[in-house]
Design a protein around this ligand. Structure first.
Ligand code: CTP
Length: 402
């Protein structure tokens, strides 16, 4: 495993009383050897002085869209950051982020960023629990933004409740987890990722599909890119967008996905089959819409097996082939045994065994995985936000590449 590299971080400070605590966050990053560029929103200076932020970050603080315009700073800051961290994020900042607004330098840097966004909200309990804020937080989470939830305790006035900005160590830990501490350990590695679900049409309007959202695959793509990999993505049907800047091939059926994977295999070092590929398709696809009248009351659909993309890639290419296995078992030993069997059956280098259930795995924001090598060795475990889980999976890939 390579040594941790120093990160380039943008820390956005917005205008709330917790802005004084941002100083602690900046200090922690600097002490860990990272380069911190502070961006203050106009109201941040109501709570913390520019001189303090500059002294602690050891860099000039930027706050205006219109300084040094020739350097296109509003785009460059976000593009070059390994992560953007907003601490504190006020209710107003959350609303602005949700709407994708760019009224100031921070808003622009967020929109132009390539790495993860970590947000530490701080506000009064009533504002945090207000339906508008709850909605904004949920939208941001859906987009993969890492929210470091506020803590409960005394607030600015006499009152006490949830809303205090999370402790410095929690914000720092969330940032390192989001970025991955081994930042450029995938530099130059060509990773092909499939994500989302396939659709197997029965007729022009009906299909057999699945609930895969594509979130874990997108998180893998984002994390791999931050760690220096060249990422190409083959997308089935997904609830989320592939981040701009990642080359995407769109497919519908398992057969099309197979073709797209084959076309890229020779120029890839690693294949991650995170897509939920249908094991079967209709033996015959009707050109016309199937009619209830003709089908009767208990119709049956004849299915035929799809080729196994992962097995094919594992056997016929030099790619390190990584698969997923969605399992409902809660028994750990059984989960690992199933993953091992699947890796052997498909010839995969490793299987990411994915616990699925009502609140876990497919279609949800969180995941819980055990990564098992073909020889049954446990390479790692990760649970939580899909970006965090993605880092764990990439750690295992780095380990396998040796
Ligand atoms: N996969 C594939 N080609 C297929 C089917 C699946 O490449 N035609 C890949 C998936 O992308 C995933 C892994 O194989 O990486 C999942 O294997 P699969 O046998 O489909 O497992 P489950 O979907 O978990 O199904 P089951 O346990 O029911 O066999």
């Amino acid at each position: 495993m390579r040594e941790a590299t120093s990160l380039r971080l943008v820390v956005g400070v917005s205008g709330g009383i917790a802005a004084y605590k941002a100083v602690g966050v900046i200090r922690a990053f600097v002490q860990d050897g990272h380069e911190v560029q502070v961006i203050a929103t106009p109201s941040a200076y109501e709570f913390v002085g520019k001189a303090t932020l500059e002294a602690i970050s050891r860099q000039p603080v930027f706050d205006s869209l219109y300084d040094d315009v020739s350097q296109v700073r509003h785009v460059e800051l976000g593009q070059n950051a390994d992560a953007v961290v907003i601490a504190p994020a006020t209710a107003h900042t959350l609303a602005s982020l949700t709407a994708g607004l760019a009224p100031d330098l921070l808003g622009n840097a967020v929109l132009a960023r390539r790495g993860p966004l970590v947000v530490a909200p701080a506000m009064h309990t009533e504002m945090w629990t207000n339906a508008a804020t709850v909605h904004n937080i949920s939208v941001l989470r859906t987009r993969g933004v890492i929210i470091v939830d506020p803590a409960t305790g005394p607030l600015t006035g006499q009152d006490s409740g949830v809303g205090r900005m999370a402790e410095v160590h929690s914000i720092v830990a969330a940032t390192y987890a989001a970025v991955g501490s081994r930042v450029h350990d995938l530099a130059g590695v060509r990773i092909l990722i499939t994500g989302g679900g396939t659709r197997e049409y029965l007729d022009p309007v009906r299909f057999i599909g699945n609930a895969s959202s594509g979130r874990q695959a997108v998180a893998l793509a984002e994390a791999a890119r931050v760690r220096g990999a060249t990422v190409r993505f083959i997308a089935g049907f997904m609830d989320v967008d592939v981040p701009s800047g990642i080359s995407v091939t769109r497919v519908e059926s398992a057969e099309q996905m197979h073709g797209a994977v084959r076309a890229e295999l020779d120029s890839s070092d690693v294949l991650i089959m995170a897509a939920a590929v249908a094991d079967y398709r209709a033996k015959q696809v009707s050109d016309n819409k199937l009619k209830k009248l003709t089908l009767g009351s208990s119709p049956s659909i004849e299915l035929t097996e799809n080729a196994d993309i992962l097995a094919d890639a594992a056997r016929h290419s030099r790619c390190l082939a990584i698969g997923f296995a969605a399992e409902t078992t809660s028994d750990d030993d059984e989960l690992i045994a199933l993953a091992r069997q699947k890796a052997a059956a498909k010839g995969a280098a490793a299987i990411v065994a994915n616990r699925v259930g009502p609140d876990l795995g497919i279609g949800t924001l969180e995941n819980s995985v055990v990564i098992v090598a073909a020889d049954g060795r446990e390479l790692g475990r990760a649970q939580g936000n899909k970006l965090f889980v993605a880092q764990g999976i990439l750690d295992a890939i780095v380990q396998l590449r040796g």
